[in-house]
Design a protein around this ligand. Structure first.
Ligand code: NAD
Ligand code: GLY
Length: 368
């Protein structure tokens, strides 16, 4: 991959439901472009109380002449809830939204998942546009049509596949994104490379300082590369019958770490970072990959300021118990995404719990 100039369009090829992902600075103000994705006269903008004060005004200017309203949720994962979907649907009803109405998601993955699910439910499915404002949502959650909400029983337990009409990734919105959230997005870019793009992984190793400095050319190129990779996977396996499951590298370990840390010790991207490293160590233990690959992963995560160690006080047995609850498991056995080295992830069923526990024991004792 080579550095590329600002401003890119990547198509998610799904036949008649194909859509563009526009990536560049200033796209929020390119009203003509994103309004072309709206088919009707009604729009509901869904956002949250952190993002709306920053960017909603610019969207509102683009909606002049339409019949539109806004629905804002409180900030945080806890608000990706059925309750808020109900309120958003009421907002669509109050708007008098018809089948050609459009939901516009303005925010990170929490807003995007909830807004997409709302659009999937209203009149059995209306259009929606993703306007992701976190790096994580630009490179992962806004692309691919997974929408949904959490239940008290667990994260993302309810949802639908519902593809957006367009994704508007204005990298100017990242200027206000806190560093810790920015690094979570870098974890998702590294994940894509680790799964299936060794060339991108090497490029990321070279460009880590530029990405840390949020250098625009490198950042745009990295976002585009990850979106291109994910778009390819989604086009081949939209509903996760096979290959798409690979996108969960590090997630089984990561979700267990997130849950054990009550979603505060580690953010999602941080859990994925440590999780990918543990998946690498397990792959090494199972003879699937060598130490050099694990070390490269550790060095790259460290180079962009992501955690590579399990926080103190975590218990290996508790983490294993949480991993047993993962949605990917079948017939009561662990099914994990592991790798045969950088860029070569694989789904491995029937993983021996003793091997997982050995990796967790080392990591929780700080030996990893
Ligand atoms: P998030 O939506 O909670 O955003 C992170 C924080 O950044 C929030 O406090 C938010 O208000 C703030 N924020 C957003 N944009 C900002 C900006 N431009 N400037 C300043 N602050 C800003 O979290 P996220 O990391 O974007 O997304 C995580 C969610 O995405 C989780 O619910 C996860 O389950 C979901 N997800 C979904 C998919 C999918 O395929 N649908 C994939 C990955 C993750
Ligand atoms: N984030 C995993 C997926 O979109 O499939």
């Amino acid at each position: 991959m080579t550095d590329q100039p600002n401003g890119q369009t990547i198509d998610v090829a799904l036949g008649q439901r194909s859509y563009p992902v526009w990536i560049g600075r200033g796209l929020l103000d390119n009203h003509a472009r994103w309004r072309s994705a709206l088919r009707g006269r009604h729009a509901l903008v869904i956002s949250n109380r952190t993002v709306a004060p920053l960017y909603l005004e610019r969207i509102a200017r683009g909606l002049e002449g339409l019949h539109w309203s806004q629905f804002l949720i409180e900030d945080g994962e806890a608000h990706k809830s059925f309750h808020n979907v109900g309120l958003a649907l009421e907002a669509l009803a109050a708007l008098g939204a018809t089948r050609d109405a459009c939901v516009i998601a303005l925010g990170g993955g929490v807003v995007g998942d909830l807004a997409g699910f709302t659009a999937a439910c209203w009149m059995r499915g209306i259009d929606f546009i993703q306007i992701p404002t976190t790096l994580l949502s630009m490179v992962d959650s806004s692309v691919g049509g997974k929408t949904g909400v959490n239940l008290p029983a667990g994260k993302n337990l309810v949802g639908a596949f519902h593809q957006p009409r367009a994704v508007v990734a204005d990298i100017g919105t990242l200027d206000s994104l806190p560093d810790r959230q920015y690094r979570c997005g870098l974890a998702e870019i590294i994940k894509g490379a680790a799964i299936g793009d060794a060339e991108l992984f090497a490029w990321l190793e070279q460009h880590a300082p530029a990405l840390n400095a949020r250098e625009e050319t490198a950042l745009t190129a990295a976002i585009a590369a990850k979106v291109r990779y994910k778009a390819g996977v989604v086009a081949r396996d939209e509903t996760e019958q096979g290959e798409r499951a690979l996108l969960n590298l590090g997630h089984t370990f990561g979700h267990a770490l997130e849950t054990a840390g009550h979603y505060t010790a580690l953010l999602h991207g941080e859990g994925v970072a440590v999780g990918m490293l543990l998946a690498g160590r397990l792959s090494e233990r199972l003879g699937m990959s060598g130490a050099a690959d694990t070390q490269r992963m550790q060095r790259l995560l460290q180079a962009v300021g992501l955690p590579t160690a399990v926080p103190a006080g975590f218990d290996a047995e508790q983490l294993l118990a949480l991993m047993r609850l993962d949605k990917k498991n079948i017939a009561g056995t662990l099914r994990l995404i592991l790798w045969r080295g950088i860029g070569r992830a694989e789904i491995v069923a029937g993983v021996n719990e003793a091997d997982v526990l050995a990796v967790l024991n080392e990591a929780t004792r700080g030996l990893g």
